[in-house]
Design a protein. Structure first.
Ligand SMILES: *Cc1c(COP(=O)(O)O)cnc(C)c1O
Ligand SMILES: [Zn+2]
Length: 430
């Protein structure tokens, strides 16, 4: 039972241990293709459920619990796992009402070891680096990929080199990459420039590339939907709503769902809704004209995790939309930050880009595309503490062009009982 690499455009197949990131024949994106025929009858809902709560490596990880569908051939002793995954799925009735829905759950990927879903991909990618005998790994990053790579590389005793756009990385993420010991490089240029550079670095200097163009990352990330399904007792929701930056996550979800259906674990697909920031919306633009054109944009948004103008997994995301009868929506920074303030104030909390899920769901409900009674799962991609500066900026009304719609002010009082008594009457919580 061998997995292989398969081009999504021309169908060419390559051995699983090839050090390639796109198809050498046509430059198409690659899938890790598992032998689904051999897996028929070997995996089932009960089989994966039976591993819930185990303490055994690697199956206690929310990624490797699904090892047969992630990387069946990976030797357990090479797997670098924290373990990751096993994140909560929150029922969110108050946020559901705000979005105009009856049933909304939020899958909190910020609860991963380094605070974002990137850990699910990194365990797969760094494991493959070790399997290939690579000693140096690299990525370009808007922040979370570098934080995750830095941590996993340190655990796997590999050298990590990360590239970011100067002055554009949220403080929490930058601090993590530095602290976990990666070689950190800032470049004057945007994410898309950093991405082109790191591709050359991988090609010419032989570092192993761990951006989401690396298909082993997507194998890990698709387990987000596997876990959602387990947590919903395998009742397929009507919609899964996810932010879209480089489009690796959304692409991986559809691949995972496709495999589950082939193997008979589900009998239908949820519809996928991919939400982009208005200022970084190349997929949305393509979607609006039936993908007749493929535009690149100069990205601008306060949600830095999705500030990407030329997404690496664009073609896979288009495939994902076809498979799942999916839709693409865009939301502006005001909508993103207001949705974030709602999620934060509900006690759940997330980083700015994550709030696209709620902002997008709300917009799709008001457009009549998601219907109020449908069961919706939104994915929160990152942790609230990743970007503390933006939180303070929002609540103090100091972000240019942004209203503090749901602002929560910091109060200053004389230390007297009377002052507190007065304040408690005058200030009512929102
Ligand atoms: C990476 C990231 C995204 C974008 O995910 P893609 O798979 O690149 O579309 C969204 N939110 C957060 C917090 C991220 O770290
Ligand atoms: Zn090809």
């Amino acid at each position: 039972m061998q997995s292989l690499l398969k081009c999504i455009d021309c169908g060419a197949e390559y051995p699983i241990d090839s050090i390639i990131y796109t198809c050498p024949a046509c430059e198409g994106l690659l899938d890790v293709q598992h032998d689904l025929d051999a897996l028929q009858g070997r995996v089932s809902r009960e089989f994966f459920d039976s591993r819930l709560g185990t303490l055994e490596h690697p199956y206690r990880s929310g990624v490797w619990r699904f090892k047969e569908l992630v990387y069946p051939g990976a030797p357990d002793d090479l797997i670098v796992s924290h373990p990751e995954g096993n994140t909560n799925l929150y029922a969110a009735p108050r946020l559901a009402r705000w979005a105009g829905l009856q049933h909304l759950w939020l899958k909190h990927e910020g609860e991963n070891p380094t605070g974002s879903f990137k850990d699910r991909g990194m365990t797969g990618g760094v494991t493959q680096a070790r399997l290939l005998g690579m000693t140096q790994v690299a990525c370009a990053s808007t922040g979370n990929t570098s934080a995750s790579l830095a941590s996993y590389a340190a655990r796997g005793e590999l050298r990590a080199v990360v590239f970011f756009q100067e002055g554009q990385v949220a403080l929490g993420k930058l601090a993590q990459a530095v602290a976990y010991g990666a070689t950190c490089v800032q470049i004057p240029g945007d994410f898309d420039t950093a991405m082109r550079l790191v591709r050359q670095v991988a090609e010419e200097l032989g570092l192993y590339l761990l951006n989401s163009v690396n298909p082993f990352r997507l194998e890990g990330q698709k387990t987000i939907v596997f876990e959602i399904l387990q947590q919903l007792r395998w009742e397929v929701p009507d919609w899964i709503v996810v932010p879209g930056g480089n489009l690796g996550n959304s692409s991986s979800f559809a691949k995972g769902l496709f495999e589950l259906r082939e193997l008979g674990l589900i009998d239908r697909f949820p519809r996928l809704a991919i939400i982009q920031a208005e200022g970084a919306n190349p997929l949305y633009r393509g979607y609006r004209n039936q993908f007749a054109t493929h535009e690149r944009v100069k990205a601008k948004t306060l949600a830095t995790a999705i500030k990407i103008g030329d997404p690496v997994s664009y073609d896979k995301a288009v495939r994902a939309l076809h498979w799942t009868d999916g839709v693409v929506e865009q939301v502006c920074d005001q909508e993103i930050l207001d949705a974030k303030a709602m999620i934060d104030a509900s006690g759940i909390g997330c980083e700015p880009a994550s709030a696209c899920s709620l902002a997008g769901a709300r917009k799709l409900v008001s457009a009549g595309i998601i219907r109020p009674h449908e069961r919706v799962v939104g994915v929160l991609t990152g942790h609230i503490l990743k970007d503390p500066e933006l939180i303070v900026g929002y609540h103090t009304g100091q972000l240019e062009g942004i209203q503090a719609t749901y602002g929560n002010l910091l109060h200053r009082l004389e230390p007297t009982l009377e002052a507190v008594r007065k304040m408690l009457v005058e200030v009512q919580p929102g």
